[in-house]
Design a protein around this ligand. Structure first.
Ligand code: SF4
Ligand code: SF4
Length: 243
């Protein structure tokens, strides 16, 4: 790629990334020649313990690499939020679309260069243009509304794991329990549109951890879980959905 750039055939080189912030830090430290990073960044994944969108953004900013955003609406899922969250948005600004909240969130951080929003009809193009032509970053009140919407959306999750990670240290199979639960919750919440992304994250995690199906049902993890989750049963669901 550097040769193509030197030959004038490409102007800028960068890469798309789906993994943890620590790995992104390592890559950018070893490859300062990279000029940008493309990240999955949206308000639901910002604090997600598997996707680490916020942490990845911070790493890119620290390395002075502009961010190109993919999945600002999480595969379209954030254009269809639960009714309670939709009401929050509409009460604040009835004329704005639900999707506009997600795209403005993704476009607001200073280090974001571009937001890639998949559009499938003229109406969606018009909607995006209506707030991107004269772009206003989110204000504090809007950020608080989004935080409330995130709580509502997360309230409907399949496995109520808080990602405390008390369960992981004693697992003889080194299974990434809370990470698998986060991937599974995403898949359950947002359906087939998230299938490929979920498989990618799950595949990455199983490179260095036991798979959900490697569980030998010793029960060590459940002894440590403050939420008293039936971890072994949930891991069976994860294996069925993702392996
Ligand atoms: S029950 Fe399964 S997940 Fe839990 S500690 Fe044992 S092997 Fe690990
Ligand atoms: S101990 Fe329970 S709540 Fe904490 S990370 Fe493990 S499964 Fe989730």
């Amino acid at each position: 790629m550097q040769q193509l750039k030197a030959a004038g055939k490409v102007k800028h080189i960068g890469f798309s990334f789906h993994d943890k912030a620590a790995l992104l830090d390592e890559i950018l430290s070893k490859h300062p020649e990279m000029e940008y990073v493309q990240l999955q960044l949206n308000y639901l994944d910002w604090n997600d313990t598997t996707i680490e969108a916020g942490k990845c953004y911070e790493v890119a900013a620290r390395h002075h690499k502009p961010v190109i955003v993919m999945e600002p609406l999480k595969g379209g899922s954030l254009a269809r939020v639960p009714a309670e969250a939709q009401k929050l948005y509409q009460d604040y600004a009835p004329e704005r679309s639900v999707a506009s909240w997600g795209i403005r969130f993704a476009a607001s951080p200073d280090n974001v260069l571009m937001v890639l929003s998949g559009m499938s009809n003229q109406e969606q193009i018009n909607d995006n243009l209506s707030f991107m032509q004269d772009f206003q970053p989110l204000n504090d009140e809007e950020r608080q509304l989004i935080e409330k919407a995130v709580s509502i959306i997360r309230g409907a999750i399949a496995i109520p794991c808080t990602a405390c990670r008390y369960c992981v240290d004693d697992c003889p199979k080194k299974i990434a329990i809370p990470d698998y639960f986060a991937v599974y919750n995403n898949l359950q919440q947002f359906g087939p549109e998230q299938g490929l992304v979920a498989q990618t994250y799950y595949g990455n995690l199983t490179q260095s951890h036991g798979k959900a199906s490697d569980c030998i049902k010793c029960g060590q993890c459940e002894n440590h879980c403050p939420q008293h989750l039936p971890i072994r049963r949930y891991l069976k669901d994860v294996a069925t959905a993702l392996e």
